[in-house]
Design a protein around this ligand. Structure first.
Ligand code: SAH
Length: 267
């Protein structure tokens, strides 16, 4: 594997430094607008994503929102119009950060991590992995002024129906899910093709040694060496799990196969 050199992901202190910072050309890039650049790379610096980052298979840059703040105190937020609890991130401050980010990575999707967003999916991760990268906005407090979302045509993406304190953990989740689909990031590319959601199903159960643990044996078929039967067993298990746990996915799966979900009596 050709190494493209180590990339430092230290956030620079001044936006101008950020602009001057060297970057790898044509390499998939995640830019993160955040009040907490020190949260990165976080878990992305570990294991497979971390090694790929060091090898230059992708790069990560933070855009520290505080640097774009207003006045001596670099204010980034203010009280909500119309009253109510908490603080809202200011549109003018966010716009300056987004201008800096977009000039560095023109044409990349601009996403705001938000519980109001469209739920993130494996299909979206795949599409993002195939593009040039992405610019992610991490919210804090009550979130972002609506006008900057509208003006920059920011797409809102959610990790699920729960509320986090800030967008940083969600951003790391999105980056992780996307980066692992970039060719050569995972050692074993086949694992990506078999795993959950790849064929619209949840993955079958996995086992490893010892063959018997606490009186529980690995299903015999998996030790039979009969590849076709094993594949068959795995498909049946994947279908069973999907049907039990995710009727929504199961219906979509049946429809994709031109089977009528309404004829499935168990649903
Ligand atoms: N007041 C907002 C929640 C703000 S939580 C609301 O009710 O919709 C603060 C920040 O955490 C958000 O701006 C967002 O960036 C992040 N966040 C919280 N929950 C999230 C989720 N489910 N998915 C993605 N980001 C989330």
């Amino acid at each position: 594997m050709r190494s493209l050199g180590r990339k430092s992901i230290q956030a620079s202190l001044q936006p101008r430094d950020l602009m001057a910072e060297k970057r790898l050309k044509g390499v998939w890039t995640a830019q993160v607008v955040t009040l907490f650049p020190e949260a990165f790379p976080g878990t992305l610096g570990l294991s497979l994503t971390g090694r790929a980052l060091k090898d230059g298979l992708w790069q990560l840059e933070t855009v520290p929102l505080r640097e774009f703040g207003d006045g001596k105190h670099r204010n980034v937020d203010d009280t909500p119009a119309g009253g109510g609890a908490g603080m809202v991130l200011r549109p003018d401050v966010m716009a300056s950060a987004l201008d800096a980010a977009q000039s560095r990575l023109p044409g990349a999707p601009l996403l705001y991590l938000s519980p109001r967003g469209k739920p993130f999916t494996q299909a979206r991760a795949r599409a993002l992995a195939e593009g040039p990268g992405m610019t992610l906005i991490c919210g804090r407090f009550e979130g972002l002024d609506q006008r900057v979302i509208d003006a920059y045509e920011v797409e809102e993406v959610s990790l699920g129906d729960f509320v986090l304190t800030g967008g940083e953990i969600a951003a790391q989740a999105l980056i992780d899910a996307s980066v692992r689909l970039i060719p050569r990031v995972l050692g074993n590319q086949e694992s990506v093709e078999e795993e959950s959601f790849s064929h619209g199903l949840l993955e079958h159960p996995q086992y490893t040694k010892p063959a018997v643990w606490n009186g529980r044996a690995i299903p015999e078929i998996l030790l039979s060496g009969h590849h076709a039967k094993i594949t068959d067993w795995q498909r049946v298990q994947a279908e069973r799990l999907t049907k039990e746990r995710r009727p929504d996915l199961w219906r979509a799966y049946l429809r994709a196969q031109n089977r009528d979900p309404d004829e499935d009596q168990e649903l």
